[in-house]
Design a protein around this ligand. Structure first.
Ligand code: SF4
Length: 107
């Protein structure tokens, strides 16, 4: 997440940024990432509710599944569909829409 995303989520959680970082995030190399529960679910994912911060979710979430690493080859896309049941179903996106999403964050 970048600073804007962190500040937005901290504001939503009604806590100072440093407290939000301590409670809800972890370092991954030089990056800051949301923590996961023991089962791998995001800390903001709640069964029967879904994402509790949906309107302020980070770019990584907003652009899923159209990450470069997921769409570079047909094999990448097949792997993505297998790992996420929500990928490859629902509304059909145009190539331009997909490419625009893939340029928002390089994953
Ligand atoms: S959309 Fe992002 S912030 Fe929301 S539950 Fe999923 S991983 Fe977490």
């Amino acid at each position: 997440m970048n600073e804007v995303e962190i500040e937005g989520l901290a504001r939503r959680a009604e806590m100072p940024v440093d407290e939000f970082l301590k409670i809800y995030t972890k370092r991954v190399g030089k990056r800051v990432s949301l923590r996961e529960r023991e089962n791998g679910d995001c800390v903001f994912w709640h069964k029967n509710v879904g994402c509790s911060v949906y309107e302020d979710r980070p770019r990584q979430c907003r652009t899923w599944p159209f990450w470069n690493s997921n769409i570079e080859t047909p094999e990448d896309w097949e792997r993505t569909k297998k790992s996420c049941p929500g990928s490859g179903v629902g509304r059909v996106y145009t190539v331009d829409e997909i490419l625009a999403q893939s340029k928002i964050i390089d994953i």
